[in-house]
Design a protein around this ligand. Structure first.
Ligand code: VG1
Ligand code: CO
Length: 544
């Protein structure tokens, strides 16, 4: 086995987005493309000689070949040991858990998360640091700078490792340990939640749940946790076999893409509880019988009820949410007398707050919720948290939400996505809002008056790093908000995200549909940004 040094040339499009580098599979398959990016990671993260790394992915197409390449490159670059998930599988939260448990130097997650997979779909690579969380911007920027000048990479000339057999193999001077993908993560979950109580709920014959793994990585974890450890009836987990193309689906747990689950929860004889997770297992959608819980409300409910759950019995140090996420959690924080932090979009911004114990729970409107148990958002953790609360309160989701809104008021909230917009058109739209911004203050739109318009900028309270241009906010005098952002995870064209929010202190007993409650703001967003005329679309592609 010899180390080969291969000459290469930079690719100029390897800038990591909101969550790692995501491209079409065909792009990653170009000669040297993956290798350049991996070598750039190894060249940018400090002294890795003899260190331990964690490696795994969401099982999408190209996962296995990519893992073999990365193992050989790691061995050639002097890494001491790699723990790799069996079959190349590790969900994003499980990777974070394993990095922390074994004090690894960092980890590589192969995933494009909620983006479609398969030979014509997307692939992705992200690097996580030693705290288990996504690399902060200064690291991803260093990696990007390196990709622009890279001229060689190192790889071991060796045969492939058997990824399916648990055990230890030598690859040159490096030890490869194939580990069970699920056990460490499942044990962590069992340490946080009252499994006995959840088991009673799931086996008592009264309560029925359905967990849609969307043929993505969560399948393995959900079977082990719900059906084996918690005794839920077989069939509780649907679409539970991970497939390389996610069964041709779009593994994004929202009302549009998780249609099978939505049909069950909004159909006849619906279960009491439904949940779905995304490609790499870090997102979650929570549904009740004929009821959708917005992720922003979900964060607020978990925070308000946290002390019912063993792992959070002693209360919360603070809450953090991304800027576009609704302020529902802020209301809870206020009542609890704890701080609520507002960060840019992307889990990497929560890492410092969690490490410094400023925040215990974190959440994003994009179906991401998590806590200080790891440093990633965590889909199944959120599902178990909800189940633990429901097991204690013995209440339906609808009545729990209704009670929550009566106590805290309701933040009507919705996100409208316009996917696949031509880049030029999207840029023109954003430029148009910028142009209008200086004259917006004081302007009236029906009953709404603009209080401020700005581009969100964040100064990390722990390390002082500044992140600018994180989304345009238009705030109104009554506290309502419209936020505009372009996605940083898509791979084709641009995705415009419009976030709409309005607060009502005394919402009616019978819940009002958010789209109706937000109708005026939806019209104002269109007037402000000329969405329909500039995108050429008369309605969003996804509404959540
Ligand atoms: C989206 C979400 C963001 C999330 C990111 C990664 O980013 O809006 O909240 O952190 O995806 O999630 P963007 O830039 O497309 O809006 V995942 O589950 O795709 O790793
Ligand atoms: Co994800």
């Amino acid at each position: 086995m010899s180390i080969q040094t291969i000459a290469t040339q930079p690719f100029l499009d390897q800038k990591p987005g909101t969550s790692g580098l995501r491209k079409l599979v065909s792009v990653f398959q170009k000669p040297h493309y993956l290798e350049n990016f991996i070598q750039s990671i190894f060249d940018s993260i400090g002294d890795i000689q003899g260190q331990t790394l964690i490696l795994g992915g969401d099982g999408r197409y190209y996962n296995r070949p990519a893992i073999q390449i990365i193992l050989k490159m790691a061995a050639a670059n002097g890494i001491g040991r790699i723990k790799v998930g069996q079959g190349g599988i590790l969900s994003t939260p499980a990777t974070s858990c394993v990095i922390r448990k074994y004090n690894a130097f960092g980890g590589i997650v192969l995933s494009a998360s909620h983006n479609p997979g398969g030979i014509n779909g997307d692939f992705g690579v992200k690097y996580n640091i030693g705290n288990g969380g996504p690399a902060p911007e200064k690291v991803t920027e260093a990696i990007f700078e390196r990709t622009k000048v890279i001229d060689r990479y190192q790889i071991l000339d060796a045969s492939n490792i058997d990824l399916d057999r648990i055990g230890i193999t030598q690859l040159g001077n490096m030890t490869v340990e194939v580990i069970d993908s699920v056990i460490d993560y499942a044990n962590l979950m069992e340490s946080l939640f009252d499994f006995d109580r959840i088991r009673q709920l799931l086996t008592g014959g009264q309560f029925r749940m359905c967990m849609d793994a969307m043929h993505a990585v969560t399948g393995s974890y959900a079977h082990a946790i719900f059906e084996q450890r918690l005794g839920a009836p077989a069939g509780t987990v649907i679409n539970g076999i991970p497939l390389e193309d996610f069964g041709n689906g779009h593994p994004d747990p929202n009302l549009v893409y998780a249609h099978e689950l939505v049909a069950r929860l909004f159909g006849d004889n619906a279960p009491d509880f439904g949940a779905a997770s995304d490609g790499d297992g870090d997102r979650n959608m929570i549904l009740g019988n004929h009821f959708f819980v917005t992720p922003s409300d979900s964060l607020a409910v978990l925070a308000a009820n946290a002390t019912l759950v063993p792992g959070y019995r002693n209360g919360l140090a603070g809450i953090a949410r991304s800027m576009p996420t609704s302020a529902a959690a802020d209301r809870v924080a206020e009542k609890l007398g704890i701080d609520c932090y507002e960060t840019p979009t992307g889990w990497k911004f929560f890492g410092n707050l969690l490490d410094a114990d400023k925040a215990t729970l974190c959440g994003e409107e994009s179906f991401g919720t998590g806590s200080n148990h790891i440093r990633e958002k965590d889909g199944l953790w959120a599902v178990l948290f909800w189940l633990n609360i429901l097991a204690v309160k013995q209440q339906s989701i609808a009545s729990l939400m209704q009670e929550h809104w009566q106590t805290y008021g309701r933040n009507y909230y919705s996100r409208h996505d316009y996917e696949g917009v031509e880049n030029d058109r999207a840029n023109r739209l954003i430029a148009g809002i910028y142009e209008a911004m200086p004259t917006l203050k004081g302007k009236r739109f029906g009953q709404y008056e603009v209080a401020y318009g700005d581009d969100f900028s964040y100064t990390d309270p722990i390390d002082g790093s500044v992140s600018q241009k994180q989304g345009i906010r238009i705030g109104f005098t009554d506290g309502s908000r419209i936020v505009f952002r372009l996605s940083g995870t898509g791979t084709q064209g641009a995705t415009l995200r419009v976030y709409l929010e309005r607060y009502e202190a005394n919402p009616p007993q019978n819940p009002v549909d958010a789209q109706i409650a937000l109708a005026d703001l939806i019209a104002i967003a269109d007037e402000l940004a000329q969405i329909r005329s500039l995108t050429g679309m008369d309605k969003p592609t996804v509404i959540t």
